[in-house]
Design a protein around this ligand. Structure first.
Ligand code: NAD
Ligand code: K
Ligand code: MN
Length: 348
């Protein structure tokens, strides 16, 4: 391959501060990867306030037709309902059929940050559950009544389960925990649980997952155990909303959301994205932690098969964390985004 075309969608808030850092880190890899070509694309709340559209068709078309992969920053979605607005990241995941959100949470230096040793991957279903966003509001004699529908399909549960088994099978512990709440939601979560459990014995898998052990955990007690004994988890697979919540919780265990990367992966496209949001509380101060975005670039490259480049990025990030000299305030440091980036670049 001559070049690697990477769509860049910083979107809102600190997304605009951390995606340029990921871009600089990719450029620093030099000949470890095909020559990167970046295509700047827009989406988000600011785009919506400017144009009336949060996710322009052009952005989707260019990603589909011209890009090999993409990096997304973060959007500022309002908590109130705004007519005509809907989250562009949720829409992008659906439009590009990026059905798996893979979120590794690893503590690099437990001895330094005095945090427990965590080494797990949250595999979050990325296209359905409550994120189908079918909500209704009606007036009743007793006041307003709001409802949301939650979609779980066998197809989506099977493909996310297959991905989770593959990831678990490639890890030393080969342990998969299915997260659900089927004691209450026996129909929807029951279907998710049964479908994922059934993957191990699918004829098409021909026994290849025989070495994977399966456990399951109700989502509430999963969060409890995550805080008390995170070492019991290896790969966790969950419907969309539970996966979102569990990965933010796991992020707290290793020190900061500013460290946690993800990829949104489908069969034909991959988009790296830090797990965090647009962080309005620190926006514009130049102190956002860029490490989650640099790690997201590494995950994206690894997914595409550029293992050496990915390793170099990860090693550089891990060295900077271990040394502890250049860290942003979320990790109790005093460095700026730019200083942390320069520290990483010096190690690549
Ligand atoms: P958030 O992730 O933006 O912030 C939570 C806390 O973590 C804040 O205190 C923030 O300062 C801190 N933090 C997050 N990333 C950091 C980084 N890189 N460096 C240092 N500190 C960091 O979550 P929120 O405050 O609940 O949401 C803010 C906005 O982001 C909302 O509009 C929400 O809709 C949006 N959001 C978007 C995404 C996405 O783009 N996929 C994900 C989550 C939230
Ligand atoms: K994000
Ligand atoms: Mn989240």
């Amino acid at each position: 391959k001559q070049s690697l075309k990477i769509g860049l969608i910083p979107a809102d808030g600190i997304g605009k501060e951390v995606i340029p850092a990921a871009k600089a880190a990719i450029i620093a890899l030099g000949s470890d990867i095909p020559k990167p070509e970046f295509i700047d694309l827009v989406a988000g709340w600011e785009t919506f306030t400017r144009t009336g559209v949060a996710l322009p068709d052009e952005t989707v078309e260019i990603l589909r037709n011209e890009c090999d992969c993409a990096l997304f920053g973060s959007v500022s979605s309002p908590s109130r309902k705004v007519v005509g607005y809907s989250s562009p990241i949720v829409a992008l995941r659906k439009k590009l059929d990026l059905y798996a959100n893979i979120r590794p949470v690893v503590s690099v230096a437990p001895e330094v940050d005095q945090k427990p040793a965590v080494d797990l991957i949250v595999v979050r279903e990325n296209t359905e559950c409550l994120y189908v966003k079918e909500e209704t509001l009606i007036d009743t004699p007793n006041g307003k009544e709001a409802r949301a529908s939650r979609l779980i399909t066998e197809r989506a549960s099977r493909r996310i389960g297959q991905m989770a088994f593959q990831l678990a099978n490639a890890r030393p512990r080969k342990h998969l925990t299915i997260i659900h709440k089927s004691n209450v939601l026996s129909v929807t979560d029951g279907l998710f649980r049964e479908t994922v459990r059934g993957i191990k014995s699918l004829p098409a898998n021909d026994g290849k997952f025989n070495g994977v052990t399966i456990a399951e955990q109700l989502v509430d007690s999963a969060v409890y155990r995550l805080f008390r004994e995170p070492e019991i988890f290896d790969v966790m697979v969950a419907p969309n909303l539970y996966g979102d919540i569990i990965s933010d919780a796991a992020a707290a265990l290793v020190g900061s959301l500013g460290l946690i990367p993800s990829i949104n992966a489908g069969d034909n496209f991959v988009m790296g994205e830090p797990v965090h949001g647009s962080a309005p509380d620190i926006e514009g101060k130049g102190i956002a932690n860029p490490l989650a975005s640099i790690r997201s670039a590494a995950l994206m490259l690894r997914h595409l098969g550029y293992t050496e480049g990915a390793d170099r990025l990860d090693l550089a990030v891990n060295q900077v964390i271990r040394e502890g000299r250049f860290l942003t305030p979320d990790l109790k440091g005093t460095s700026t985004t730019e200083e942390v980036l320069q520290a990483v670049l010096s190690k690549i």
